[in-house]
Design a protein around this ligand. Structure first.
Ligand code: FE2
Length: 375
């Protein structure tokens, strides 16, 4: 299985959907103003742009937050029957757009549409005094949408319709650099269909497969496949529940999100000790892995540069593959529903996803599920 990592080859010359990276992730939330405050104060994002009544947008408020290459957009509607509010009513706070940065949003749309993508936004040009942007979009799992954003002729703060805006609280970055991967949870039996969608419609390649032997505890199990685009900048693991004695964490997600959606977003840091220490001090809650995890972890992963006691103090997990090691940690869900959470990851050569930590992590998630009465 790990050997399939070798299959990841740069195919830029034949890539019909060249992607430069994640452009932004837009959430539909119940109260964007307050969510934006949380992401600024707890997570260290800078408010860089805004659209809302004060800028002439009558039906919504959107806050654009940035930390290095990570851009989050938090959007609420101010009208009760608005599509944004219906999305939020059904799913709770969650990801609506996983937006991809392209050089040609028209070609991205045409190439994927002719391979079977369901159109959401036909290529459309938006202009303001800072230039023009082309946006198109296609449907993916659940109510989630991939936007293609072409911004090479644009110099504004975010997109036409948004105004440059500033945080009104002091911002201290926690050192998050870019989006490493975004994980989707899909319904039982749907994982392979969505993997096929990414392969056929978007030209991604299957990078890794985890079955229920890799990812199971005494009680619950899941299956996962990771797809990646040609240059490897975009990685989307797709999970589905597997049979277990009790309810799997994926089923819990699907029950509370009312369908498929984004389960977690992994954010890269080059100093996980500092990042997690800062986040903890600002009240961000992480999953707890028992101390005995650290008793034999070095036997499993070998030499690491960090001091094990420092990692243990912050409850950071370690894993190794053929190419190096990685450090990672997962937050608890960041809204009241047990749906979306974040992963903080520091890669030291490793290109995998922390398979050696799955068991400890899933036991930890199950303890939380039990507390919620959902196991
Ligand atoms: Fe992950």
């Amino acid at each position: 299985m790990e050997a399939t990592l070798e299959q990841k080859k740069i195919r830029t010359s034949t890539d019909f959907l060249p992607l430069n990276g994640t452009d932004h992730i837009e959430f539909y939330v119940g109260n964007a103003k307050q969510s934006a405050y949380y992401y600024q104060t707890a997570w260290g994002y800078e408010l860089v742009a805004y659209a809302g009544p004060e800028t002439g947008v009558r039906d919504r408020a959107s806050y654009v937050l940035q930390q290095n290459k990570i851009r989050l957009v938090l959007t609420s509607s101010i009208q009760p029957e608005h599509e944004i509010n219906l999305h939020q009513k059904k799913h709770g706070d969650g990801v609506k757009y996983l937006s991809l940065w392209v050089d040609d949003a028209t070609s991205a749309f045409e190439e994927t549409a002719k391979r079977g993508a369901k159109a959401v936004i036909e290529p459309t040009v938006f202009n303001d005094e800072f230039g023009s942007v082309v946006i198109s979009a296609i449907q993916t799992y659940g109510d989630t949408v991939h936007k293609f954003v072409e911004r090479k002729n644009y110099k504004g703060a975010f997109l036409p319709g948004y105004k440059a805006w500033k945080s009104n609280v002091p911002i201290k970055s926690v050192g998050l650099k870019y989006v490493d991967h975004c994980v989707g949870n899909v319904e039982l039996g749907q994982m392979n269909n969505w993997v096929e969608f990414y392969e056929k419609v978007m030209g991604f390649q299957l990078l890794l497969t985890f079955d229920d032997n890799d990812i199971s505890t005494e009680y619950s199990a899941l299956m996962s496949k990771v797809v990646s685009n040609g240059n490897g900048y975009i990685k989307f693991p797709i999970n589905e529940p597997a049979e277990g004695k009790k309810k799997s964490q994926i089923e819990e997600y699907l029950d509370f999100y009312h369908g498929a959606g984004v389960q977690h977003i992994a954010l890269e840091t080059d100093n996980i000790l500092a990042t997690v220490s800062d986040l903890r001090s600002r009240g961000v809650e992480f999953l707890y892995v028992p101390e005995n995890y650290y008793e034999d972890v070095l036997e499993r992963v070998g030499q690491i540069e960090e001091n094990l006691e420092d990692l243990k103090k912050l409850n950071i997990l370690i894993d190794r593959d053929d190419e190096g090691y990685l450090l990672q940690l997962f937050t608890k869900p960041v809204q009241d529903r047990p749906t979306l959470f974040y992963e903080i990851i520091q890669r030291k050569g490793a290109k995998s996803f922390g398979k050696g930590n799955f068991k400890a992590l899933f036991e930890s998630i199950e303890r939380e599920q039990e507390l919620r009465g959902n196991l």
